[in-house]
Write a protein that binds this ligand. Sequence first.
Ligand code: FE2
Length: 422
Amino acid sequence: MDIGRLHIFPIKNFHPVPAALLGPGAHEMVGASARDLGFRRTLLMTTGLRGTGIVDEIRAQVEAAGVEVVVFDQVQSNPKDTDVMAAHAVYRTERCDSFISLGGGSSHDCTKATRVVAAHDGRLITDFKGPLALENPVLPPHIAVSTTAGTGSETSFAFVVTDTTSDPDRPHKFASFAHALAPSLAIDDPVLFYGLPADLTAYCGFDVLAHAVGAYVSILEMTPSHGLALQAIELLATHLRTAVGNGYDAAAREGMMYAQYIAGQAFNSAGLDAVHSISHATSAHYDTHHGLGNAIATFPVWEANLPFAYRKYARIAQAMGVDTRGMSEVQAADAALDAVRRLADDVGIPQNFTSLNTLPRYSKSRIGEGRYAHAATIAGDDADCARVALHALGDVCTVTNPKALTLDSMTALVRSAMVGSR
Ligand SMILES: [Fe+2]
């Protein structure tokens, strides 16, 4: 029997997640954990987290446990293949035997990629795209310590890296995955989230929402992920506003920590939707923040998907705290969109990508850092939308989107994200 004709994804694959230490104070276990895992000389990879003191604190704790530490603090946001190869050069010349990543998704993803290079005699990371059949699946051990509640990368088996050798007019950001990539240990400590600015807290929160909703509506239909996804949405709806309003609210930061962790576990096996496809494509072209890209892409993608998964969006409305009694499922699905629109308004999510050009803090610090000639301003014109849409259509997350997308329909979604309003 051709069971592929009965169901598009008949066989489910439950991917591994690492051991984890979760909760306030967990980061103080990093030294003992490194020692217990056999680390002797470790490469601590980070974007720098300048001004927070966290890098020095983690370094001191690891060294106090008798493990030598070499710091590589040159990871860029939306990590590039060049970051991976530079980190590997340090790993090799410093004769390290292990990794600690400290930060958000950029640090964790760059570290996973560097482990692959280290296990394959320094081969270019651009040789490792998509689902990986690794010649050497025994990667150096890795502890991932999160400083944001968003990525889920500390508990996933994937990384995303920008290929700077790609055509400057068609920059390529690729996702790779293999069971061996899951870190050896994840450490999620909400105390490390306290210093995250309000805007980044909001952006990362919408990454959590995109992971949870993407996992729930994905046509992969990974039933074991659905409960985690709904609980993550409930936690997020309860805690994100407070975490943005008062970064030192312990309960809110802890709630968001659990939301990020279980949403990460959910999408690790369930896949995602086109929200991530558009965010990946836009950040490849413009170095936009991953979570912010998800936040902006949420609205056109949900509107497109609602008719094809309205029962699920009705449950999402309930998880977001909407009283759906008396509503039809279609009305409840629409109410989910209304609820997330209110959330976006409350935590200050910009309306569209082109508005980032005039958002002072954002445009100065992010857009134009890319190597691409057109990256200084987000154009949002027809040619730009078509170019970004082509990248998004080829993204692995598009495969599991509830609505099957063509280049035309993806271009319409991208145009709405570029210049529309929610
Ligand atoms: Fe994400």
